[in-house]
Design a protein around this ligand. Structure first.
Ligand SMILES: [Zn+2]
Length: 159
């Protein structure tokens, strides 16, 4: 997959919050996972090790900055940082706020929810808690959006 066949070359890949010289930050459209953001490398490369050392350091610095803002704004129990790209092999990093009562904790957000179709007694409680969690997080997304935009604009002199 490359060029026009790649959705991350064809579009921003989400709501654009910041565009740096070599990467961009987008807010994902994932109703079950409010606060999930992605840092997407602008150029079509598949793997982290395709980047120069200096570009890799820029990417890690961006991940760290975004993670810090996300922690300060949403106070999650944990932050997950993941680069998969199995479906879209264009380098991007998911930065995901996690809570102990979210849908799939302590598994990855891509894991099948334990509560799904298992039908056990606790599953509806778990699903209700996860729904309440995602709804309360969704209310804080405007604050997160502003904090990310401001934080990255302040540091953009280096990009
Ligand atoms: Zn691409």
């Amino acid at each position: 997959m490359s060029g026009s066949a790649c959705p991350l070359c064809a579009s921003d890949g989400g709501e654009l919050l910041h565009r740096a010289r070599s990467w961009r930050l987008v807010l994902a459209d994932e109703p079950d996972w409010p606060g999930l953001v992605r840092i997407i490398w602008n150029e079509h490369v598949a793997e982290l090790s395709d980047l120069s050392e200096s570009d890799s350091l820029d990417l890690v610095a961006a991940v760290r900055q975004v993670e810090r803002v996300l922690r300060d704004t949403l106070t999650p129990d944990k932050v997950n940082v993941a680069s998969l790209g199995n479906q879209v092999p264009h380098l991007h990093v998911h930065i995901v706020p996690r809570w102990r009562d979210d849908l799939t904790f302590p598994d990855s957000i891509w894991s099948r929810p334990e509560t799904g179709l298992s039908g056990n007694i606790s599953s509806s409680d778990r699903a209700a808690a996860a729904l309440a969690r995602s709804q309360s997080t969704a209310l804080r997304i405007p604050a997160l959006r502003l904090a990310l935009v401001h934080s990255l604009a302040r540091s953009s002199h280096s990009h």
